[in-house]
Design a protein around this ligand. Structure first.
Ligand SMILES: [Zn+2]
Length: 451
């Protein structure tokens, strides 16, 4: 998910005292695990120091410019699922755990108090605030999907995941943007980011040929990101176009590039040839440089999001490209409601999926159903994630990280205890799988060198 500002309209009371260690929600949602084995597993999972595969942490600077390539604030009021709406119990639980809130609704006064408390805690902790937030959620390492890192968001607790969609669109994006009202607002942001990438390389004008664009812009940008500590590059292309990236010859792509690099509007069919070529080129380069490729695969957000274009099955030709088998692909948000298609893609040796965002939008029981399908087949391919993101002042990323961490752990407990009950696995294997999902799968995939 991306930055979303939720507007509140209520009144109330809040008492604020920063709490400390990661603790499970007092108002844990009703779950179906209760035996002694389940309790032992629950306890075990609650203590695993997690690696969060995907999140959007902020610095304590209110004007945190490096945080997001495509913030959704500009899209106006967008539909949100019930679990992340302001009235949801999950926010109360997080406010209680992080800031000692004891009321039973987040009305206007409560929100104001919560904002003040959040501000005070930030002021007190200064640049240690982001690390404090990780401690509350039991997260050891959080992958920060950001344009650039910032004060307090640095290695080893935070690792950088950059944005690379802008590199797909070197030509005019006017016609591409006209497809939906959302894209009209989002494409100019990609144009700006490409300008930033060019200016970082001290290039004032796009090179005349595709070959030069690859050698002077794309590869040097990726190399600089790798040098800057990047562990993965992220495509959120599904906000901008469909994920069906065909195999296109360099000649066809070059012809389109040369014809329009100095102006003019390429047809969608022609531009797609160039975009498809560039996607596969970037994926190949990321693999060569040892960076994974993250791909947003979830039907949202945005009132004009084209859900059919984010189906993981569309990526199968990319995953099956023998030239890209050195690149590790991660389906961010696990395909969402296309989770069965994600399950089918996990057969590919270089494809993984994370549960980020699902840990916020879905209940533990809903997520457990999907996890059980994936974990019974490919337990080494599934990664924990939060998609922690700010929903506005008072509902910062630290709150959504806490919610997602707790939901993910509860879902994992439900899925694994179900597998124990049906004699698929033992308790000790369940603990092993839980550790893999929460921590070691990511440690191995990104070679994090964790103990
Ligand atoms: Zn995200």
């Amino acid at each position: 998910m991306k930055k979303i500002v939720v507007i509140f309209s209520f009144a109330c009371m809040l008492f604020c005292m920063p709490s400390c260690n990661h603790s499970r929600s007092a108002n844990k949602e009703t779950t179906s695990y209760q035996s002694a084995t389940d309790a032992e597993l629950d306890e075990f999972i609650s203590k695993i120091k997690a690696v969060d595969n995907h999140a959007h942490p902020n610095t304590i600077n209110p004007d945190d410019k490096g945080s997001d390539a495509l913030p959704l604030d500009g899209l106006g009021a967008i539909e949100l699922p019930a679990r992340v709406r302001p009235e949801s119990q999950t926010w109360l639980d997080a406010a209680n755990a992080l800031y000692g809130f004891t009321g039973n609704e987040l009305n206007e006064k409560a929100m104001k108090d919560l904002m003040d408390t959040e501000q005070n805690v930030m002021k007190n902790k200064g640049e240690k605030f982001p690390e404090w937030a990780l401690d509350q959620a039991g997260i050891e390492v959080m992958f920060a999907n950001r344009i650039f890192m910032g004060h307090g968001i640095s290695s080893p607790r935070f690792r950088w995941v950059t944005y690379v969609d802008a590199l797909l669109f070197p030509l005019s994006t006017k016609a591409e943007a006209a497809v939906t009202p959302d894209r009209e607002k989002l494409f100019p942001l990609e144009d700006q980011l490409l300008k930033k990438y060019l200016s970082d390389l001290h290039i004032s004008k796009l090179p005349a040929t595709l070959d030069e664009y690859l050698k002077q812009v794309v590869t040097p940008t990726l190399e600089a990101q790798k040098k800057g500590g990047c562990v993965a590059v992220k495509f959120e292309t599904a906000y901008l176009r469909s994920l069906d990236f065909e195999k296109v010859s360099i000649q066809s792509a070059s012809d389109v590039y040369s014809q329009y690099v100095n102006g003019g509007e390429p047809s969608h069919e022609k531009y797609k040839l160039l975009q498809d070529f560039l996607f596969r080129y970037i994926a190949g380069e990321a693999g060569r440089l040892g960076m994974a490729v993250h791909i947003h695969s979830f039907p949202g957000a945005g009132n004009y999001f084209v859900a059919a274009g984010c189906d993981p099955l569309l990526l199968e030709p990319v995953f099956n490209d023998p030239e890209l088998r050195h690149t590790k692909f991660v389906l961010i948000h696990g395909g969402g409601t296309f989770s069965k298609h994600t399950s089918a893609m996990l057969w590919k040796p270089n494809v993984y999926a994370d549960i980020s965002l699902l840990t916020q939008l879905w209940t533990p029981d809903q997520l457990a159903t999907v996890l059980r399908d994936w974990l019974s087949q490919f337990p080494e391919k599934i990664l924990f994630g939060t998609d922690a993101v700010s929903f506005g002042p008072g509902l910062g990323w630290e709150m959504s990280a806490w919610i997602a961490s707790n939901t993910g752990r509860q879902a994992l407990t439900i899925a694994l205890s179900g597998m124990i009950r049906s004699n698929e696995i033992t308790l000790s294997r369940a603990k092993e799988i839980a550790t893999m999902v929460m921590r070691t799968n990511a440690g191995n995939l990104y070679k994090l060198g964790l103990p």
